[in-house]
Ligand binder design. Structure first.
Ligand SMILES: *Cc1c(COP(=O)(O)O)cnc(C)c1O
Length: 362
């Protein structure tokens, strides 16, 4: 029942806007007058054409993309992109720079290395347990691309400004902060994002790729792993994940029409994160794990004085209708993921709970 829904701070899959869930529920048995569910119609029907074309148009509008950029919907999650990016963009004699800022960057580097591609780790924050974003990085002017992870979901760090690469196109994994703020798209050759954090359900990955990088795709790699296959067929070479794309369409519509666009979204995200970091900084009880200048506005990671208290905190929060606050299993601690769909009221409730908990146990 709707009244039993909790404040959801899951890291991914994560909260979706309630109006989107309600619209899905309402139209589920009879989509757009088709007499069928959106999960039952052909992806070759005009009903689905309207869905995917509207989703693509919204991505282009929200990110202010010019005609050089192509919007693709793929499967295999962001993890598939760790493999496809070097496979499509790096030929013999080419090399790319990678910045290692945590678990996901490490995996991206691994997938390029497995394929025997020539890559250079231009900077890493592993020396301080990935608690910060490296600055003043010197990139190779001949690199085909410079790969970064714009928001580090597990460690709770985020690039506040994107690095100066001297004209080398940035390729960014934006799985956990896509559509959370304005981007200067000119600096990016390719961005990708698994949908399940900031824009939809699991099962679809958004890729935005520029012409010059698309032109690098070699003909002799498997059809399903080639970006051109998706670019040439409007992401419908084979059956796309229709339901996931439909949900993304509705989330983007919500972002444009209910929130009022990226500037409004970014302001709201700043406000939500500010409330939580203020609470952490004003207490001697909670301790943020990311260095201040590198803090993520999407994933707020923090510790309590000891692990027993952290367990109690997560359990008591749940009793108070707040879920998903346990840190990633690889790092422990606590994490509040506050992506676009998380309402301000959820963050306010969490802040009240944190103060109450500190009063009781601090
Ligand atoms: C969750 C996440 C991934 C992995 O996404 P999948 O869609 O599960 O492959 C990759 N990168 C970042 C930054 C993430 O947050």
């Amino acid at each position: 029942m709707k009244a039993d829904r909790i404040h959801n701070f899951n890291a991914g899959p994560a909260a979706l806007p309630l109006p989107v869930l309600e619209e899905i529920q309402e139209s589920f048995l009879n989509f757009a007058g088709s007499g069928m569910s959106v999960t039952e119609i052909s992806h070759r029907s005009t009903w689905f054409d309207d869905v995917i074309n509207d989703a693509v148009a919204r991505v282009k509008r929200i990110l202010k993309l010019d005609d050089r950029y192509h919007v693709l919907f793929l499967q295999g999650g962001a993890s598939m992109q760790f493999c496809m990016v070097p496979m499509n963009l790096l030929g013999t004699g080419d090399s790319a720079d990678y910045v290692n800022t945590g678990t996901w960057s490490t995996k991206a580097i691994k997938e390029a290395t497995i394929q025997g591609k020539s890559i250079n780790v231009a900077a890493s924050s592993e020396d301080r347990n990935f608690s910060y974003i490296p600055q003043s990085i010197v990139f190779d002017a001949d690199a085909v691309y410079a790969h970064i992870t714009s928001n580090n979901t597990i460690k709770g760090t985020q690039w506040a400004q994107f690095p100066e690469t001297g004209g080398v196109p940035i390729v960014s994994d934006m799985s956990s902060d896509i559509f959370s703020r304005q981007l200067e798209m000119d600096r990016f050759g390719l961005i990708y994002a698994g949908a399940q954090k900031n824009m939809g359900p699991a099962g679809v990955c958004l890729v935005v790729i520029r012409d010059d990088l698309l032109a690098r795709t070699p003909g002799q790699i498997p059809t399903m792993l080639r970006y051109t296959t998706y670019a040439e067929k409007n992401s419908m070479y084979n059956t796309p994940p229709c339901f996931a794309i439909y949900t993304v369409q509705l989330v983007l519509k919500w972002l444009e029409e209910t929130i009022g666009g990226l500037d409004k979204m970014a302001a709201l995200n700043g406000k939500k994160a500010g409330l939580l970091y203020d609470t952490i900084d004003r207490s001697g009880f909670y301790k943020g794990t990311a260095e201040k200048a590198s803090r993520s506005l999407m994933n707020v990671t923090f510790r309590l004085p000891n692990e027993d208290l952290e367990k109690t905190f997560v359990a008591e929060a749940m009793k108070n209708g707040m879920g998903g606050l346990k840190g990633h299993r690889s790092v422990g601690g606590c994490r509040a993921s506050i992506y676009n769909p998380t309402p301000l009221a959820a963050v306010e409730a969490l802040v009240d709970f944190m103060k109450m908990f500190e009063g009781k146990h601090g």
